[in-house]
Design a protein around this ligand. Structure first.
Ligand code: CA
Ligand code: ZN
Length: 302
């Protein structure tokens, strides 16, 4: 298995980033990541005194995947996520949904013990280890996208379903895909309303596989129970609409149903959900239970 250390990182997904590792399609890679503050915060005293704000949201990589060409799809199986023993949360004035109620900037260290995040002496939170930033290089025409932003290429989607056991599908825009990930969270709720999850460094095992000649426009996710579209836009309303339309378009293509019936089906059993509302673009997902789709012999890739 190939390994990538967290000292090979970038701050923007870009077609012009030099790959730091090349793998064949189908390879498993273990990728170490720094936390979203580039491991600059060691304790709560003077945490931001010498803090370099240009060094946030590093993604480890990029990884060049052989055979990946524009218009193919990159299948990313998330095999395992392990996180460090200390988590960090930050909240601040004018940051996130409650920022107008806050003064100054606060840091909280959250020890991780026995698969629990210790919030205080009264409360330990069960871990829900997930990947905040994961994506590929956007097209040359689109230009660089900083790792703090989500988009069609993936990026800072902060979707708590991007976790072990899930398979993420990303559109490929450039040769080799130039894959990277970072911004692990030991726990995060939908919305990430305070701008951080329980931020941790750690490592992720993924299998990277090129699916030839299947073109998608936005990320998709499969797990044991659900098939999900993911979309990002200027507002959460627009992101929800885009994720829902993407789901409807995929099902129109694959199920023997009219658009009226698809609207009814999505309305009866589908879930429009919020991923995050605090990044430069907002991210939503539309979740369909696989049990429902199996009634129509749905296969994502056939
Ligand atoms: Ca994030
Ligand atoms: Zn984060």
């Amino acid at each position: 298995m190939k390994k990538l250390k967290s000292d090979e990182y970038f701050f923007s997904f870009s077609a012009s980033n030099e790959p730091v590792l090349t793998v064949n399609s189908g390879s498993v890679v273990e990728i170490e990541t720094m936390d979203c503050f580039s491991n600059q915060i060691k304790d709560i005293s003077n945490a931001f005194e010498k803090f370099d704000w240009s060094k946030v949201n590093p993604a480890t990589g990029p990884i060049y995947v052989e055979e990946a060409e524009p218009l193919d799809t990159l299948k990313v199986e998330i095999l395992d996520i392990s996180v460090s023993k200390m988590g960090i949360m930050v909240s601040g004035e004018d940051e996130g949904v409650l920022g107008h109620l806050l003064k100054g900037l606060k840091v909280k260290m959250i020890p991780i013990k026995d698969d629990l995040a210790v919030f205080d002496e009264k409360l330990s939170i069960p871990l829900n280890k997930m990947i905040g930033v994961i994506g590929v290089a956007p097209s040359l025409e689109k230009g660089d996208v900083m790792c703090g932003s989500p988009g069609s290429h993936g990026g800072n989607m902060d979707n708590l379903m991007i976790t072990s056991g899930a398979t993420l599908f990303l559109p490929i825009f450039v040769k080799g895909a130039l894959f990277g990930l970072g911004d692990l969270h030991a726990a995060m709720g939908d919305g990430e309303i305070g701008v951080t999850g329980v931020e941790v460094s750690g490592s992720v095992k993924v299998r990277l596989e090129v699916v030839k000649k299947i073109k998608i426009d936005d990320p998709l996710l499969l797990n044991d129970r659900n098939f999900t579209t993911i979309a990002s836009s200027e507002t959460i309303d627009a992101a929800i609409s885009k994720a829902t339309e993407n789901m409807a378009a995929m099902l129109k293509d694959k199920l023997p149903l009219s658009m009226h019936e698809i609207a009814m089906l999505l309305s009866a059993v589908g879930h429009a959900q919020v991923c995050q509302v605090v990044d430069p673009l907002k991210t939503a997902r539309f979740v369909m239970p696989m049990d429902v789709l199996k009634a129509y012999d749905f296969e994502l890739i056939d």
